[in-house]
Design a binder for this molecule. Structure first.
Ligand SMILES: [Zn+2]
Length: 302
């Protein structure tokens, strides 16, 4: 699973800092998380094949998290996309998208499957063979959810040396799926436990933006391999963070530490900071494996 940062900015536009948008690559398909203004240009810059973009998750309806959505959908339609697209977000998002498309006389060339998030409870919003997406409540001025994306345990690994020469090779995939295979020609049963080892463990990514300090989500995001957490402010502005329902870098690090995360990536920096090194120092004092999100950077979650 690979996480790519498209934007590190927040609500006030900043030259060189794009608004929130992030791409997850899982098993040959993409999930876009938030879609700030101009996100479609980031997809072009990164040469992302739009046919492999299958899912878009929107955390909340503050503009810096979704004003790029209708532009992106319109462009996908211009490109005559056929593949269905799943849109996951606050329930009024569909109404907003529909009214814009309707008034532009623009019928989408593809099916848009809408799944509403629940800002009150953790909820499974998408389940696929290789991964699942859950939303969970964040604390913000309007209904907002984070997203927990879990890449499921991989297929079992074959031990090629152990496999007898006369094993019917067309059934190898069954062993990898954890199923015993009986060869009907000679009645021999091959037990998958004898020929395979366990697949790669599940990988967990937690997206937490925008939110005030939110220990209520710890149970949901515990032991995540990577947490992306907003750090709009540094700790001198804790009162302002509380008032605007954002977090400081220190609070984000406290969450990562308490969750037992492996790594923390901070973003959504306020435009008041010309230099964001203070965010890093502050976070690392609490949780050492903290990093500042960098636009265009990929983070392998392995
Ligand atoms: Zn917001």
């Amino acid at each position: 699973m690979k996480f790519t940062v498209f934007g590190i900015g927040s609500a006030t536009p900043q030259i060189g800092k794009h608004p929130s948008a992030f791409l997850l690559e899982i098993e040959n398909e993409y999930v876009l998380i938030d879609c700030g203004e101009g996100t479609q240009f980031r997809l072009l810059e990164h040469k992302i094949k739009h046919t492999r973009l299958r899912t878009i998750c929107i955390s909340h309806l503050h503009g810096d998290h979704y004003f790029g959505l209708v532009g992106l959908l319109s462009s996908l339609s211009l490109a005559r996309r056929n593949e269905p697209l799943t849109l996951i977000g606050p329930k009024s998002l569909l109404e907003i998208v529909n009214i814009q498309l309707l008034n532009s006389g623009n019928d989408l060339s593809f099916e848009l499957i809408f799944v509403p998030t629940d800002p009150q409870h953790r909820k499974l919003v998408l389940e696929k063979k290789h991964f699942k997406i859950e939303c969970f409540p964040l604390i913000h001025r309007i209904p907002t959810t984070g997203f927990l994306i879990t890449k499921k345990r991989g297929q079992r690994h074959l031990i090629p040396d152990k496999l007898p020469d006369d094993f019917p090779h067309t059934f190898i995939h069954l062993l990898k799926e954890g199923k015993d295979v009986t060869d009907e020609l000679n009645g021999v049963t091959y037990h998958y436990l004898d020929y395979t080892t366990e697949g790669d463990p599940p990988k967990v990514f937690a997206y937490c933006s925008d939110t005030a300090f939110n220990p209520g989500m710890l149970e949901t995001i515990k032991n995540a391999d990577l947490i992306y957490h907003e750090a709009t402010f540094t700790k001198e502005l804790t009162a302002r963070a509380q008032k605007t329902q954002h977090s400081t870098a220190e609070q984000a690090a406290e969450i990562a530490k308490a969750a037992g995360a492996k790594k923390l990536v901070l973003g959504h920096f306020s435009s008041r900071y010309k230099d964001i090194e203070g965010h890093l120092t502050e976070a690392q004092a609490v949780f050492e494996n903290s990093e500042l999100a960098e636009q265009g950077k990929n983070y392998e979650i392995k």
